[in-house]
Design a protein around this ligand. Structure first.
Ligand SMILES: Nc1ncnc2c1ncn2[C@@H]1O[C@H](COP(=O)(O)OP(=O)(O)OP(=O)(O)O)[C@@H](O)[C@H]1O
Length: 301
């Protein structure tokens, strides 16, 4: 269990995080989404006690992270995959961590195998690709057989096979009762593995919930006039139907059932070239509409 309550962080006048609250339950993977600079890393660092909040608090397994004795046995963390000693091999890196945590040496080979790094275990970390460092970071997070995983952008640098493998690993971890908080600025990296989503933009929580909860109520219709878009718009307005979006192909996205849109057009005698529901309005559209452009995370001053 991870609980974040009204967390805020200010750097001088800069509000990096404002009043963010969410909970991650055991048995679930929470996809933590937001554009670059939205505040995800800052929130994860506050959860792990590495950055002091300006206001609010966070707990892991019911207590502040910093009060957990031998935390690696309870909470696996990957915050900065690059932060590994380049002169040690992957196996040595994990052996040192295992001994510090009181974990048997055999566990090192098990986690190296689990993340697909067994064949490179004896090579120096300095010669690893970024993706291999990510795998090593994930292996280190898993080392103490924790109940909670907090992973900041673990997919970055991984090839498609690595991403697939990591999804399977995290799904299995959650299905065995583990709690996973998994950040990314790319929806596709977390969409298929996450049960719930927490979306952040400009330091604020903009949405949270399961995929169905987030996308329900956003169904509507796409309608395009055969000849006269202005007449169609008037017909929709006459029936009190709101146009959510006017597309470049001259179609309108309307917040209403297709049948209502069709009747409005028929009443006004407007011929249609296209009319269908928007059941496919997905998480991606929601994510983009809530978080805006990639620059949306910047400038939260
Ligand atoms: N130590 C710091 N001092 C000043 N500003 C900071 C500090 N750490 C983060 N920030 C600012 O806080 C904001 C949030 O940054 P953060 O790294 O948490 O975002 P993020 O969502 O993790 O983005 P990314 O995916 O790029 O890592 C940014 O505007 C960043 O510049």
């Amino acid at each position: 269990m991870i609980q974040v309550e009204k967390l805020s962080k200010r750097y001088g006048d800069h509000h990096a995080v404002r009043d963010v609250s969410f909970t991650c339950a055991p048995g679930t993977v929470t996809g933590f989404l937001g554009p670059n600079g939205a505040g995800k890393s800052t929130i994860m660092r506050m959860i792990c006690g590495l950055t002091a909040p300006t206001a609010g608090r966070a707990s892991v397994l019911g207590v502040p992270y910093r009060t957990i004795p031998n935390p690696g046995r309870h909470v696996g963390v990957l915050l900065d995959a690059a932060a590994r000693h380049p002169g040690r091999s992957g196996r040595e890196t994990l052996l040192l961590a295992a001994r510090a945590q009181g974990v048997p040496d055999a566990r090192v080979d098990a986690v190296l195998d689990e993340v697909g790094l067994a064949s490179a275990a004896k090579r120096r970390v300095g010669g690893y690709s970024f993706g291999m460092r990510q795998r090593l970071g994930i292996a280190q997070a898993l080392l103490g057989d924790p109940a909670v995983l907090i992973l900041d952008e673990p997919s970055s640098g991984l090839d498609p096979e690595g991403i697939h493998q990591m999804r399977g690993l995290l799904r299995g971890f959650a299905d065995r009762g583990g709690t996973v908080l998994l950040s990314s600025h790319l929806l596709f990296e977390v969409e298929s593995v996450a049960d719930r989503f927490v979306m952040i933009a400009r330091g604020r929580l903009v949405a949270q919930g399961a995929k169905d909860e987030l996308t329900q109520g956003r169904s509507g219709a796409v309608v395009r006039a055969a000849d006269d878009p202005a007449a169609l718009r008037s017909a929709l307005a006459a029936d009190g139907l709101a146009v959510r979006e006017a597309r470049a192909d001259r179609a309108f996205v309307v917040d209403a059932e297709p049948a209502l849109v069709g009747r409005a057009a028929a009443r006004a005698g407007v011929a249609l070239a296209e009319l269908h529901g928007t059941a496919g309005v997905g998480l991606e559209e929601l994510f983009l509409s809530l978080t805006g452009s990639p620059e949306a995370g910047e400038g939260a001053r």
